[in-house]
Every structure is written in structure tokens, then in C-alpha cells.
Design a protein around this ligand. Structure first.
Ligand code: SF4
Ligand code: SF4
Ligand code: SF4
Ligand code: SF4
Length: 765
């Protein structure tokens, strides 16, 4: 579902001849004009989009460029004057280069010298071979088979075609891998649809649908193809009758077919060259060198072949032998350069693309999500979506890949989604709520995503990476496979008393604080600060279990209710009135999803409490922390609960500390990717939001990323490690940083006095 953005793609395609990518405004007129664009394979607009966004993977997995037959209908109505047919052509060239593992195709397309050079090397090699290894030269009469024994030529033919065929098939296999991706349709489906490959290979039937006036181009191409295939069959399968020293009668099949193939190849390749030269039909405005080179070589192959025949009929031995060598040099040179590495490779790629897209279409199952079920879960407001795309444009995934919540809503509403787009698509979301916060219709997109996830879970369709945290929640009461008895280990030797009703606060430690080693320090710092501030606090200790946020966001509804029930009973039984949470996710769950607690128990995130304590002077940040820091707003603290200022106020009260903001801050903060199950989801390393956020933090010049969420601490720490930037930037929880500056009340008093006396001394001096 996710696709990496590659800024180089645009430039690469420009090298292959794409000229107008930047002027396309995605109106879709071209797709509407294209006679071959269909509901499932819409183009060429889509291809422009991939090019504009740098979606390399999407382009590689697209069969569409091969489904276009370059009729040019799309060129006529573009309001921006773009020529989509040319861009589709350039994309095909680029694709051929991507399929080719040797890298030669790219060299040939981008350099005439390489292409001509490679041809000349092969051609001269053939001439040299004949020079050193020809048979006896009979000059009294034409004995071509003595000069070039048929058995040698047949052997050479077979060797060459095996090598070139293997190279082409290897590239075809790469094309298959790109197009099919992770999809694994049953073998039977491939076998059943093989007919489409054969049919389109032999007839290029699809081209006939390219508008009535284009049929002549289709016919020309079919004739050319028939000539080419006829010639191949004659020289590979029937060479012993085709290359004989006996002159067959005119009606002999080898002569009839030989003449047919030659005439067709010569006339049509000449006509195509004239058409390119005159640019009739408004096409071929930007012929690539290879287009010309191929037609010239094809013409020359046929022409030199018929010359050999005429010289033989005329009884001119030396002219026959000499022209024969030249003919073979051109033919072999052309095949070596054009079949696996150039224009001729479309012989395989076009029918293969049609075949694979047919298989793909038949294998992709329609989404089974019932709109009624989603409505029952989240109401009907999402049906008011006006497809403005604001959600998609702010979704953080679109900074490194492509993800479209707008499309999920559209497909859900219209019932046009596939399992891949809807059921699988919802797992990518990290529930950061950037979309919901920016939706002009006030649609809570996360709720819709969660509802679809819930339906997935009820059908047992959960990504493998998310089953582990869910199982652990069931078995251990936490998502990290942590042992219940070790839940308090994080506190070490700190004074963490058991909660009593007379305590003002119940400290609720997130499972990530409890079991993730990178978060222990943060939890311990909070407890120390509460102690310094003289707060009466306690913990439910080993009785604590997960707040249920991961289960809720993954869509495991029953499990979440179970955890809510257990926690609610625990809090009420223990006489808890105020909860202070280490995680904004716990805060969010208690505030929004624990109905039975509303009115009885208040919940607060620790940054709010620390802000108050610092404000009232119960905590005095006195020691200088000379650091430049940047604050990463956790989504569940900021966008979900509107807490932006409290943590910033605390930071600005720390002496010596400089707070710099990232470009995306507060309401526009970029998600680290840890929420909504993201902490466990198997996201490829190159596509992690955490890395994006660390890079943004680095660009501010900060030495520390301060945050206030255990998921963020964990994810950002991992990103710092993976990027190898731990010598440049560190990740710290806000409580840790504050602790560095805060002294116990007595010590603070002394420190204040010392500081004051020092200032006075400086003043006197
Ligand atoms: S018609 Fe032109 S502007 Fe519109 S989508 Fe096609 S190429 Fe882009
Ligand atoms: S050239 Fe023809 S087949 Fe290709 S995209 Fe344009 S209209 Fe469609
Ligand atoms: S922002 Fe809202 S209205 Fe716009 S496409 Fe997304 S869900 Fe629909
Ligand atoms: S919640 Fe965040 S990740 Fe999910 S769709 Fe919305 S913006 Fe994208």
C-alpha cells in the first residue's frame, strides 16, 4: 500500500523523452479520451501522477504503459497542451530499461554511441568469424552452402536465439515480479488466462480498439509482425530448405513465404520511416534515435536478404557470399541490440502486460466491507465526504510514500474498493489524526479506519505483525510480552508507594514505560519530580494492566472492552480520583473511551501536572541545561487532546535551554509513526515516519528531541539509531530534562541563594 517517493524519477523519465510532466493538472481529460483506458486500468492521467509524485514503485508495478498503443487520441484534448501519448512512450522506454538487469538497455537508450557501437561490434564480429572460418569459396558457380554450411548456420542461429531468448525471458520475469508484487494468484488462473497472452501476441488485437481511423496502423503492424515471424520461422526451423543451392520453383513454399516476408518487411518498415519523417498522423513528433535505427536495420536486413537471393539467381558467387555475410552481420547485430535491450523487446512485454493485468484483475477480490456495518459503528457523517482530498494532502505518509485516506472513503462509500485498497489499506494508518483535524466536513477519519479494522479483526484478517501485541494483551495484560510480576521493575529502587485512597494521584505507567528499556528513565524521572514537588501519589503496581489503546486502535473491540472493564473496576475499587498518565495514549483512552470513569475519575497527562507544579513553584528548574532542543508533539497529546503549550511552557522555564521549533509543529506536527499499532506494524525501513521526523529535527540544529510519549521515545530512538546520527542528536523525555534542572526544595533554596549571592557579587564587581 505504501510507496516510496523518489525525487529522481522525474529527471530519469525526462532523459527517456518525457517532456511535459510538470504541466499536467490531473484533469483526467486524456483518460476520458483514451479508447483503451478502462475502469480498472485508467491511464494516462494516472501515469502523469506517478511521475509528478515520484512514485517509482507504482510506476514499476503498472502494466498500463504497455496497454497504450500510441494512437494519440489523448493528445488532442489536453487543456494544458500536454502530449500524453509521448509520455506513455517515454515511460515504456524507461520501463524496458528497468526490466533489464544488465543495464545495457539504459545505455543504449541514452547514448547513440553505445547503441551504434554495440551493433558494430556484433556485426564486425560476424564478418570476422566468416573471414577466419568460412567454408571453401567456390567461384565457378554459386555454392552458398559450401561457403556457409547450413549446419553451422543452424547451430549459430540456435545458440544466438537461446542466449537472446534467455536474456529477454529474464527481463520478462523481472517485469512479472514488478507487476504482480506480493499478489499470489493460483497457478490455475495463470494457466486459464494464458490464452490472452497467445491471442494478443499473435494479433495485437487490443490495438484495433484504438479508434476506427487507427485501424490502418494496426493492420500495418500486424503485417510487419507476420513478416518478421515468417522470416524467423524460415531461418530457424526451415533453414535447410530455405538456404539451398537448388533453385526452387517459384511456387515453392520457402520462396512464396520468403518473398512475402521480405516484401512486407521492406514496404512497411519504409512506410513507417516515411511516416516518422513526415510526422503524418500527428504522432512521432519526438522519435527516439532507436526508433529510426530499428526501422533502418529491419529494412536493411530484408533488403540485404533479398539481394543475396537475387545474386544467387543471377549466378554471381562472390556477390552472393559477400552480401550474405553483410546480411547476417546486420540481422544478428540488430537482434542482439534490439531484442533483449531495445525496441523489439515489446514483442514480449506487451502481451505479457495484458496477460498479467488480466490475471491481476481476476485475482483481486472486491472489498467485503459492508457500508452498513461501518455506518453502524461510526454513524453516517463520513458519507458527507466531498472528496476534497485535504486528508490525503496532510497525511504524513505522503511525505515519503503514497497513501490516500480520501480514496478509502470514496471506495467504501461507492462500494468499489478492493480488498487490497480497503481491508489491507487501513492498516497503514497510524491514527495521527492529521486528516481528521483538517477535514472541512469534520469527519473523524480515524474512526472509519478503526471500524474497518474492527471488521477485519472479526474476520480474523489481522497483519501478522499485529497478532503478537494482541496475543500478549490477552495473555499478559500488556502488548510487549512483559511478565506481569515484572511490571514494576522499571522503577528500580525508587520510592513508588502502593496507591491508597488518601493519595491525590494514581500514577498510571504505560506498558511501554514499564517494559521498554528506552523508556525507564522517563518514568523514573517523573516519579522523582512528583516526590520533589511533595505530591501524594501511589501506584496500582502489579495490578495495573494496559489501558487498551493498542487493542482499540487495532480494532480488537472485545479485547478492548475487557481491558476497559478490568481497569475501571480496579480504579473504582482502589478509590482512585485522579490519574496521572505517562502516556498520551492512556490519557486519550481514559478520557474518551472509559465511559464509567467520566465524572468519577479525572485523568491528566504528566506534562500538564508538571507545568502546574513548575508554575506554582513546587518544582523549581534552577540548574542550567545548556542545550538546544526541539519539541516533538505526540499526536495523542497535541492533535487528539489539544495539549501544546504545557510542555513548551515547562521547557522554556528551564534555564540555559533553547527551544527551537521544527517546521511541522503543534497542530501540524508530523507523526513519528508509533500510534495506531504502528509501533508493531512491519513498515519497511526505508519508509518509516520516525526517520523523517528525526531528519526534520536535525535540520533545526537541535541536539535533543524532547517529547512526552513512550511510543515517541521508542520510535524516535530507533530512528536515531537506524540513521546513525546518535552523535548529533538524542531523544529525551520531557520529565528527564526537567529533572536535570530541578533540585529538591531544600537544595533548590540553597541553589537560589548561591545564584543570588553570585549575581550580587558580579554586580558589585
Ligand atoms: S488531459 Fe492533460 S492536464 Fe489533463 S490529466 Fe491528461 S495530461 Fe494532465
Ligand atoms: S496514445 Fe492512445 S492508447 Fe495511449 S494513452 Fe493515449 S489515447 Fe490511450
Ligand atoms: S478531508 Fe474530509 S471531506 Fe475532504 S476528502 Fe478527506 S474525508 Fe473527505
Ligand atoms: S490518521 Fe494520520 S496516518 Fe491515518 S490517514 Fe489520517 S493522516 Fe494518514
Amino acid at each position: 500500500m505504501n510507496h516510496r517517493i523518489d525525487s529522481e524519477l522525474y529527471h530519469e523519465l525526462a532523459e527517456f523523452g518525457a517532456r511535459d510532466m510538470e504541466i499536467c493538472m490531473q484533469c483526467g481529460t486524456c483518460s476520458a479520451s483514451c479508447p483503451l483506458s478502462s475502469g480498472t486500468n485508467t491511464f494516462p492521467r494516472k501515469i502523469y501522477r506517478y511521475l509528478q509524485l515520484g512514485l517509482r514503485d507504482k510506476l514499476l508495478e503498472s502494466p498500463e504503459p504497455w496497454l497504450c498503443y500510441y494512437c494519440g487520441d489523448c493528445n488532442k484534448d489536453c487543456p494544458r497542451g500536454a502530449e500524453p501519448a509521448e509520455t506513455m512512450m517515454a515511460t515504456r522506454r524507461w520501463l524496458i530499461a528497468q526490466y533489464d538487469w544488465t543495464g545495457l538497455t539504459k545505455r543504449f537508450y541514452l547514448s547513440k554511441a553505445w547503441q551504434i557501437g554495440a551493433f558494430l561490434v556484433v556485426a564486425l564480429g560476424i564478418i570476422l568469424l566468416f573471414y577466419v572460418a568460412h567454408g571453401p569459396i567456390v567461384t565457378g558457380r554459386v555454392e552458398l552452402n559450401t561457403f556457409a554450411p547450413v549446419s553451422w548456420i543452424t547451430f549459430g542461429d540456435k545458440c544466438m536465439l537461446s542466449i537472446l531468448g534467455a536474456l529477454l525471458l529474464a527481463n520478462g520475469f523481472r517485469m512479472y515480479r514488478y507487476i504482480m508484487g506480493d499478489m499470489k494468484p493460483p497457478l490455475l488462473l495463470y494457466i486459464k488466462e494464458a490464452k490472452s497472452f497467445i491471442l494478443h501476441y499473435l494479433t495485437q488485437k487490443r490495438w484495433r480498439d484504438c479508434g476506427v481511423e487507427r485501424r490502418s496502423r494496426w493492420l500495418r503492424h500486424v503485417l510487419l509482425f507476420s513478416g518478421y515471424v515468417t522470416m524467423e520461422v524460415l531461418v530457424v526451423a526451415f533453414l535447410s530448405s530455405f538456404q539451398t543451392d537448388v533453385i526452387h520453383p517459384l511456387w515453392h513454399p520457402t520462396r512464396v513465404f520468403g518473398y512475402y516476408a521480405t516484401v512486407v518487411l521492406m514496404i512497411i518498415s519504409a512506410d513507417m520511416m516515411i511516416s516518422r519523417y513526415k510526422q503524418k498522423e500527428d504522432l512521432h513528433r519526438y522519435s527516439d534515435f532507436t526508433d529510426w535505427f530499428f526501422l533502418i536495420l529491419l529494412f536493411m536486413t530484408a533488403f540485404s536478404g533479398i539481394l543475396v537471393h537475387f545474386f544467387r539467381l543471377a549466378g554471381w558467387p562472390l556477390m552472393t557470399y559477400g552480401t550474405y555475410v553483410v546480411h547476417l552481420a546486420i540481422a544478428v547485430g540488430m537482434l542482439c541490440v534490439m531484442l533483449p535491450f531495445g525496441k523489439l523487446s515489446h514483442l514480449l512485454y506487451r502481451p505479457l502486460a495484458i496477460f498479467l493485468s488480466t490475471v491481476k484483475e481476476k485475482a483481486s477480490t472486491a472489498s467485503k466491507v459492508d457500508l452498513t456495518d461501518v455506518k453502524a459503528e461510526v454513524g453516517e457523517i463520513f458519507l458527507s465526504c466531498m472528496q476534497c482530498g485535504s486528508c490525503t494532502s496532510v497525511c504524513p505518509w505522503n511525505q515519503i510514500s503514497s497513501y490516500r485516506p480520501r480514496q478509502i472513503l470514496r471506495q467504501l462509500t461507492l462500494g468499489t474498493g478492493t480488498e487490497q485498497a480497503v481491508e489491507q489499506g487501513v492498516w497503514t494508518c497510524v491514527t495521527c489524526n492529521a486528516c481528521g483535524a483538517n477535514c472541512p466536513r469534520g469527519i473523524e477519519i480515524i474512526d472509519v479506519i478503526r471500524a474497518v479494522r474492527g471488521l477485519n479483526v472479526s474476520r480474523g484478517k489481522i497483519p501478522e505483525s499485529l497478532t503478537a501485541p494482541l496475543n500478549s494483551l490477552k495473555d499478559n495484560g500488556n502488548p510487549w510480552h512483559g511478565v506481569g510480576e515484572k511490571r514494576l521493575e522499571w522503577a528500580g529502587d525508587l520510592d513508588l508507594p502502593a496507591f491508597k485512597p488518601e493519595h491525590e494521584y494514581c500514577v498510571f505507567s504505560c506498558c511501554t514505560t514499564a517494559y521498554d528499556p528506552t523508556n525507564r528513565k522517563a518514568g523514573r524521572a517523573l516519579v522523582q519530580l512528583l516526590k520533589y514537588a511533595g505530591i501524594a501519589y501511589g501506584t496500582l503496581g502489579l495490578e495495573e494492566i494496559c489501558c487498551g489503546d493498542p487493542a482499540h486502535k487495532i480494532g480488537a473491540v472485545e479485547l478492548f472492552s475487557e481491558l476497559v472493564g478490568k481497569n475501571t473496576a480496579l480504579f473504582l475499587r482502589a478509590g482512585v480520583r485522579k490519574i496521572v498518565t505517562t502516556s498520551p495514549h492512556c490519557l486519550n483512552a481514559f478520557k474518551k473511551n472509559y465511559e464509567a470513569l467520566q465524572g468519577a475519575v479525572t485523568s491528566e497527562h504528566y506534562t500538564e501536572l508538571l507545568d502546574r507544579l513548575v508554575g506554582k513553584g513546587q518544582l523549581k528548574p534552577i540548574l542550567k541545561v545548556v542545550r538546544t532542543v526541539t519539541y516533538h508533539d505526540p499526536c495523542y497529546l497535541g492533535r487528539q487532546n489539544g495539549i501544546y503549550e504545557a510542555p513548551r511552557r515547562v521547557l522554556t522555564r528551564i534555564p540555559g535551554l533553547t527551544l527551537v521549533e521544527m517546521a511541522n509543529n503543534s497542530e501540524n506536527s508530523l507523526c513519528c509513526g508509533g500510534g495506531g499499532g504502528g509501533a508493531w506494524y512491519n513498515t519497511p525501513r526505508s519508509q518509516r515516519l520516525g526517520a523523517l521526523r528525526v531528519e526534520e529535527a536535525l535540520s533545526t540544529g537541535a541536539e535533543v528531541i524532547v517529547t512526552a510519549c513512550p511510543y515517541c521515545v521508542r520510535v524516535l530512538n530507533t530512528a536515531v539509531e537506524e540513521l546513525g546520527v546518535s552523535s548529533q542528536i538524542a531523544v529525551q523525555d520531557l520529565a528527564e530534562l526537567l529533572l536535570q534542572s530541578v533540585m529538591m526544595p531544600d537544595e533548590a533554596h540553597i541553589m537560589e541563594r548561591v545564584a543570588l549571592e553570585y549575581d550580587l557579587e558580579v554586580c558589585h564587581a
